[in-house]
Design a protein around this ligand. Structure first.
Ligand code: NAI
Length: 311
């Protein structure tokens, strides 16, 4: 199996690193237009080969290194600067994707495309349109990262392991995202009824609201401190790659272009989807409470506005 990561910046090199360590793909290629940067990253990763075992890494600034990929993760583009929103990046990054995707597709006609570049939901629509591929073959990592942030916070507070927390962030990967609290459980217990194992009080509604805000603003906090977010998105990307290459049919909140999903069409938003070798299939049976549905539509409207400002 072959994975290509496009963009050897903070995010792309971390996706490659996580994929090598986790053995997410047998072959990993890293591509960037910045030759010196990508060559250095590839060398640094290759120098660890003794400890990563069977996966290997190649790369450079020639698009031919991407040929024959089964999955292509796109991280190329300008990143959020402190104080900048993801949507500020839209125009610049849309143009990068419009020129990149046809070149990548020509060399890897069977690939599934995973867009990480922000604003990820808008970029997923741009990439899907320019590729002409079916909607399930081109999607964004969406709120997989945000969901991991949410589950981590809940697990800490509830006194359980993260795998015991069943909760999802849906909607935009950005400021209008929100948790599906109506379906959040620890084991099978609804979150508001959970009695923490360590003597802490039960969750309150106000506290859940604060957790949602903290998760939404998490990237701003990390970027403020270190200039980028990279490790957690690297792991999220590697995990999505595994679900595709292993044909796992794993449920993940990735962002696909929706077609009458609770009345929403033509924008990409994250909802729980089945991720497999065929790509990502949104789960149409996912239900929302009335307030969640209102938030979902608000998220769709926000993205429609960004998309309209593009072209
Ligand atoms: P970075 O600036 O460190 O790296 C971006 C890389 O893209 C650079 O090495 C640059 O040379 C390369 N690039 C630019 N144009 C290119 C082209 N046409 N072809 C190939 N490579 C090209 O930025 P960083 O921190 O790695 O972030 C990358 C993107 O990922 C940003 O848009 C950022 O906002 C996004 N991101 C998305 C997350 C998500 O959950 N969806 C999480 C974190 C970041």
């Amino acid at each position: 199996s072959k994975l290509t990561v496009v963009g050897a910046g903070a995010v792309g090199s971390s996706v490659a690193y996580a994929s090598l360590i986790r053995k997410s793909a047998r072959h990993v290629a890293l591509y960037d237009i910045a030759a010196a940067r990508v060559e250095a990253e590839v060398l640094d990763l290759a120098h660890g080969s003794q400890f990563t075992g069977s996966s290997d890494i190649i790369g450079g600034d020639d698009l031919d290194v991407t040929a024959g990929s089964h999955v292509i993760v796109i991280t190329a583009g300008a990143a959020q600067k402190p104080g900048q929103t993801r949507t500020d990046l839209a125009g610049v990054n849309a143009n990068i994707l419009r020129s990149l995707v046809p070149n990548l597709l020509e060399r890897s006609p069977d690939a599934v495309f995973v867009v990480v570049t922000n604003p990820a939901d808008v970029m997923a629509v741009v990439a899907q349109e320019v590729s002409g591929l079916p909607r399930e073959r081109v999607f964004s990592s969406g709120t997989v990262l945000d969901t991991s942030r949410l589950r981590w916070k809940i697990a800490q507070r509830a006194g359980v392991s993260i795998s015991s927390v069943h909760a999802y962030i849906v909607g935009e990967h950005g400021d209008t995202e929100f948790p599906l609290w109506s379906h959040a459980t620890i084991g099978t217990v609804p979150i508001l009824e959970w009695v923490p194992q360590d003597g802490q009080p039960k969750f309150t509604v106000d506290e859940l609201d604060q957790i949602a805000v903290d998760v939404r603003d998490a990237a701003y906090k990390v970027i403020q401190g270190k200039g980028a977010t990279n490790y957690a998105i690297g792991l999220s990307g590697a995990r999505i790659v595994e679900a595709i290459l292993q044909d796992e049919h794993t449920v993940m909140p990735v962002s696909t272009v929706l077609e009458d999903f609770h009345g929403v069409s033509g924008v990409a938003l994250s909802v729980p989807a089945v991720v497999s070798a065929a790509g990502a299939q949104p789960i149409r049976e996912t239900t929302f409470s009335a307030s969640e549905l209102a938030l979902f539509r608000r998220s769709a409207d926000a993205l429609r506005e960004v998309a309209a400002g593009l072209s």
